[in-house]
Design a protein around this ligand. Structure first.
Ligand code: THU
Length: 129
């Protein structure tokens, strides 16, 4: 199953719009009911406007009414981990989701819960105190 999701994330990375970094990223986010959302990074001539693959997948999911997730698979050529901005956006919805980081050959470099990747993350509950 995880191999299929990695392949799906690699396919998503083929649509990455990366004229500046030439660093394609693909992601597949799984909702707790099993629905899958893919995403790629989309860069911009105003560099900070760029959206990462993980947030592309998340925004697609939330815009279709999904708020609960158990897994995200991220593929890069280095098998690197999601940036801080993506960790924070994902944490809003499902801090206990698993994060699988793989490369384009399908090798898994790291796997951790989002809570491990963003210790003491700020969440909606914090606004209620
Ligand atoms: N990027 C992602 O899409 N996800 C990550 O986890 C790390 C970085 C993108 C942003 C930018 O388009 C390129 O990779 C280089 O930083």
């Amino acid at each position: 199953m995880i191999d299929l999701l990695i392949q799906q994330a690699i396919t998503a990375s083929n649509n990455a719009y990366v004229p500046y970094s030439e660093f394609p990223v693909g992601a597949v986010l799984r909702a707790t009911d099993g629905t899958l959302f893919s995403g790629c990074n989309v860069e911009n001539a105003v560099y900070p406007v760029t959206i990462c693959a993980e947030r592309t997948a998340l925004v697609k999911a939330v815009s279709e009414g999904y708020h609960s997730f158990d897994l995200i698979v991220v593929v890069t050529r280095s098998g690197g981990s999601p940036c801080g901005m993506c960790r924070q956006m994902l944490y809003e919805f499902s801090p206990d989701m698993q994060v699988v980081m793989a490369d384009f050959k399908g090798h898994i470099h790291h796997q951790a819960s989002l809570r491990e990747l963003l210790p003491l993350g700020f969440s909606p509950i914090d606004l209620l105190e």
